[in-house]
Design a protein around this ligand. Structure first.
Ligand code: SF4
Ligand code: SF4
Length: 333
């Protein structure tokens, strides 16, 4: 057997994930300052960071339908739509790599289970008869949103919603959800934190409807993790290290919607040529090429959006300042 050591792939991944996480955290801080100054009736000393709109995928899903049906690109939260399109395109082409490489919630979730593993010595797994029904929750939530947005809401109704004052301040409402946390929210977050310490990626595996949608789309991705049985030495390192608990050492191709394309299995495989990302058994791609493709595709979309004027919100700061005093009275129409 020819040996290989691709641990550097993990280091690249952690570096990219935490860099993106730090950027999102900084945007969150700037948005906090921006909103606080608006609430004080001041002219904000920092500009509003558009990337925080990535945390509103349900509205972005509606905006996507409106864009397709009426060719109207949501001027209120365009960055949210751009990020949503980026995540969908990644899933269609490059597995669920938005979750594995970019999503800050996924990065945080991974950080938490690793802390759990270090402090408790291990992570736990739920028995199959609990794991399967729990995993269906995220698909049920996803089906609900898909049904409401694609079937129940007409493009005209979506356009009306995206023009409401509620949608204009939806990002501020989301911020307040965390800064003015109710005791129910706090208890829910603590429970989620504890479960995430014990079980790998608890939120992503069982509850996230966004990930469920990306996972189903990723079935269509031509790239899959592929194992070459003639070179595999059956050491099991791939399965032991897969954060999605997939039986990589038992399959020739990983079709699962749970696969994040994180390449953790590839980076842990000691046998050269035994495990790779590839289109077919013959056409395997270098992992570096996969990583560069994920980053280039996602960030070039953002660049194009910036250059074409589809990144910054069209809502003026004056309008936001006039809405902020009434924000608690603005509810979902
Ligand atoms: S199969 Fe490999 S690429 Fe897919 S989630 Fe598991 S470790 Fe990541
Ligand atoms: S594919 Fe998995 S089981 Fe086979 S050699 Fe690589 S890590 Fe070991």
């Amino acid at each position: 057997m020819e040996r290989t050591n691709r641990a550097y792939l993990r280091r690249i991944r952690y570096a990219l994930q935490w860099l993106i996480f730090a950027m999102v955290l900084y945007s969150g801080y700037r948005f906090f300052v921006f909103v606080r100054e608006l609430e004080q009736g001041l002219i904000p000393s920092v500009s509003r960071p558009p990337s925080i709109e990535g945390f509103m995928p349900i509205g972005a899903f509606m905006a996507l339908k409106l864009w397709i049906a009426k060719n109207v690109f949501d001027p209120v939260h365009p960055a949210g739509l751009v990020i949503f399109i980026g995540a969908l395109l990644l899933a269609l082409l490059l597995k669920k790599s938005f979750c594995g490489w970019i999503c800050p919630v996924g990065t945080l979730s991974e950080g938490v289970w690793k802390i759990g593993k270090r402090t408790l010595g291990r992570n736990f797994t739920l028995p199959v008869y609990i794991d399967y029904p729990l995993r269906s929750i995220k698909y049920l939530l996803m089906a609900f949103f898909v049904y409401v947005i694609l079937v129940r809401m007409s493009p005209t109704a979506i356009e009306a919603f995206l023009n409401t004052p509620y949608w204009k301040v939806a990002d501020i409402k989301l911020l307040r959800f965390f800064t003015n946390m109710s005791s129910t929210t706090m208890v829910t977050l603590i429970v989620l934190f504890v479960l995430s310490l014990l079980y790998k990626n608890f939120w992503c595996r069982y509850l996230c409807p966004y990930g469920a949608l990306l996972g189903l789309l990723s079935y269509l991705s031509p790239f899959k993790i592929r194992r070459n049985e003639t070179k595999c030495i059956s050491c099991g390192a791939c399965s032991r290290n897969c954060p999605s608990l997939l039986p990589v050492d038992k399959r020739r191709v990983i079709h699962s919607p749970e696969c994040n394309g994180c390449l953790t299995c590839v980076s842990n495989c000691p046998a050269k040529g035994a495990l790779d990302m590839g289109v077919t058994g013959r056409y395997r791609i270098r992992p570096e090429f996969f990583i560069v493709s994920v980053m280039v595709l996602f960030f070039s979309l953002i660049l194009i959006a910036r250059m074409t004027g589809n990144w910054h919100s069209g809502v003026s700061y004056d309008e936001l300042r006039s809405l902020v005093p009434y924000i608690d009275r603005l509810s979902h129409p």
